[in-house]
Design a protein around this ligand. Sequence first.
Ligand code: PLP
Length: 405
Amino acid sequence: MQPKDLLQLTEQFGSPIYVYDAEKIKSQYNRLTKAFSKVDNLRINYAMKALSNVAILQLLREMGSGLDTVSIQEVLLGLHAGYAPEKIFYTPNGVSLEEIEEVNAMGVQINIDNLSILEQFGAKHPNVPVCIRINPHVMAGGNTNISVGHIDSKFGISIHQLPHLVRIVENTKMNIVGIHMHTGSDILDIEVFLYAAEILFDAAKNFKNLEFLDFGSGFKVPYKKDDIETDIEELGKKLSKRFNAFCKEYGKELTLIFEPGKFLVSEAGSFLVKVNVIKQTTSTVFAGVDSGFNHLIRPMLYGSQHQIDNISNPKGKERFYSVVGYICETDTFANNRRIPEIKEGDILSFRNAGAYCYSMASNYNSRYRPAEVLWMNGQGYLIRAHETFEDLLTNQIPLPIEATV
Ligand SMILES: *Cc1c(COP(=O)(O)O)cnc(C)c1O
């Protein structure tokens, strides 16, 4: 997708908007399947919390993807987007037994991540095929909020509790069909991932009825020039070989599952904003844009560095800018960043705006959330309209007149 296409879409649909490139999503999907082409049964479940627009779900469904969901509402959205229940996995953390039972009744594969629920669920529904989330306690990931493998992490059943886990399964006679791990975002070192996989293989030997092993996700994508990314091809080569060997040893062709979010959609997204004001202070030049952390919170929440392009003046002389939002609170997108000269009215484009951007947007400051556009076959499809004042009032109930006096 060219910067001129982004500029044209911003003119057509207005700013701020999110634009997603269907081709990029497809090529990432194909890259992953190709890297694991030596595995006979590969399954990709898109982790929809990254970007949950129904049109994006439809696009991935057409490509053959399944879904990884973390809430009953995501399951409902997935069903609404046309996924068969058996194509949906449900990997929640800290949800109630009631919600898990409700999702199970829809025919969705459930994944249990704590011993208390496992015991209760197993006692009530011993015949239901269940997947277990193991925490191998292998550290991966940059930011502590997205790293989930550490010893005091709330995610998964600790590998150190395996004997207890096996005892529960034996006592309840429940049907364990899968083992799962997800070590968190931003895997840099493939060897660390493979080490965690070995822990999963070891754990898997305790269960006789397995159908699949789910290795989660956490693939790192580049956010800026020369950024390191997970070497998917190398991982594919090494893990496929190891996986196939394990299946032989286990005596059964298992399915290998991944549940990528960021890898599939991050780079496909651009977030387009308009510069409202250039503010020169004694130390800094601010570019104030028609957005804020209500639309894109990753830089403030995770310290993510999204590359910013001035698509109105791509060849301009570079200067230093602090790009800030319009929220009444400090919301700095970028500090003293080199960007081609910015004028008021210019359109800036944030890269890597596909994953965890729109899906984390809010109405803070009572601002509308942006529209979303899917760019496909040289055409922009509006897949979510800009919000309106009506949307801000939805579900609000004013006090009755007599209560206000
Ligand atoms: C969030 C999440 C993912 C996706 O992680 P990415 O880093 O976006 O690929 C996969 N599995 C589970 C269980 C998750 O919670």
